[in-house]
Unconditional design. Sequence first.
Length: 569
Amino acid sequence: MDFTRRTLLRWPLSLLAVRAPVRNGRYPVTFVDVAQSAGLKDPIVYGAIGATRYIVEANGCGVAFYDYDNDGWLDIFAPSGSRLEGFEKGKEPSNRLYKNNRDGTFTDVTRDAGLVHTGWANAVCVGDYDNDGNDDLFVTYWGKNVLYHNNGDGTFTDVTEQAHLGGNPKQWHAGCTFIDYDRDGKLDLFISTYVDADLAELPLPGKGSNCTWKGVPVFCGPRGLKGTRNYLFHNNGDGTFTDASETAGILKPSGYYGMTSTTVDFNDDGWPDLLVICDSTPSILYRNNKDGTFSDIAVERGVAYSEDGREQSGMGVAMADYDGDGTLDMVKTLFADDMPVLYKNDGTGYFADVSLPAGLGVVTRYVQWGVGLVDFDNDTWPDLFYVTGHVYPEIERLNPNYPYKGPRMLFRNLGNGKFVDATNDCGSGLTTVHSSRGCAFGDFDNDGDMDVLIMNINEPPSVLRADVKADHHWLKVKLTGTQSNRSAIGARVRVKCGSHWQVQQVESQSSYYSVNDFRLHFGLGAATKADLIEVRWPNGKNELIRDVAGDRLVYVKEGAGIVKATSFK
């Protein structure tokens, strides 16, 4: 008998759970939240506590693992929101830049770096837009965006006005990603927008259409609110950008509620495409037509709607090769009463929803946000991690099945196309509840495994240190472009051990509004080396490197192969 996704969601969770195979032994990774001892003690302020009147208070923001000073150790950038009632002068919340002290602690260097800023921040993206060797920082806002030029001496300069990237100060700017869409070696910039939110025109909770959820009065939107448009800015090569949205075809479609955006060469033609995850409207997949224009083909490729034709409340996205067939697959996070969507790439750029047979239907009560496909135990199979947190604080008091704070979820990749929930095997770092939004993945302590940085609403961020008890090997790859953009954003790396492939790409934004470690991490399992590294550079050229020893970070420079290797402790 055949069942749709919706039919199977009505099955008892216990029945669905027993159908997933179980790998022998407990998951060999424990996560510990070390944020307090590491020095991350300031809360990320975002909206009122205990009740949310308007949608602008609910969505939170992203975070970034970001080596801003190029010392080989991941630093942390955590933006901030605000509150509608405002703050006393001098007490406004600000962005935070934390410098990695290389001993498990961080120092707040925000003021010295020139990054103090107040507002309703949303997304973070990183990229070296002027190819000077220092990755720059772009932050979107409900209001005016900010482009920070990295001066290479530990400081930043706000160059938004001269770059022409501030945007409409009344608009809700959402996801962003640097992308070299015309392959000229200079990073262009894409920005999605969410809803047209004028508080003077928004009704209070329960006072209009789309202002209740499960019978409880809640804030209004996004359904019922006006959707907006997306933007593509072309890099002129002189520190300025030109709005190319209309000529590039980015204005079609419009009226969607755009959120996280990222680059992906979904059809493997060597030209970077654009993916936009949308809330309560179809997701967008802009195909790069190789002539400066794009076409939305999300419906054709199977990623616009659910498999039974429903619009979905998309939040975050992660790209990786979960099944080892050498192609990039995709996972998208959704609202409560649905499971994350796992899309399998058939090798030609068409995607099929395999969430149910993969075993992801066992948990549907949480709103899902930041997400990653990350090989935490270094067994060569990327696991699925996502954070949770509801947008309606009021719901839990009347319906405890939908808590405002939730755990972090980890699904172990069994290596046979299936996943199993391993959350309860992984320690208090996962089971302690928070209302989280963005999360980023990277090795902040340089010990060869992947850690997690998480934005928590009105709490300090979490830094989950991964402690791995498996005798597995690993390899990290850091790319530097020469003819391509210096950050190598849009590059694809394939690593082969025996007959097993892994695939990742360098992304300016991923997860939910967040930035991952630019050093791509590959578990090698029992193998002590990679037989082959294949790099597809952003300009479309391929480079092959054979027999690369593991348990180290290799630096690959375009056209020169490995130019440096570093072993960790």
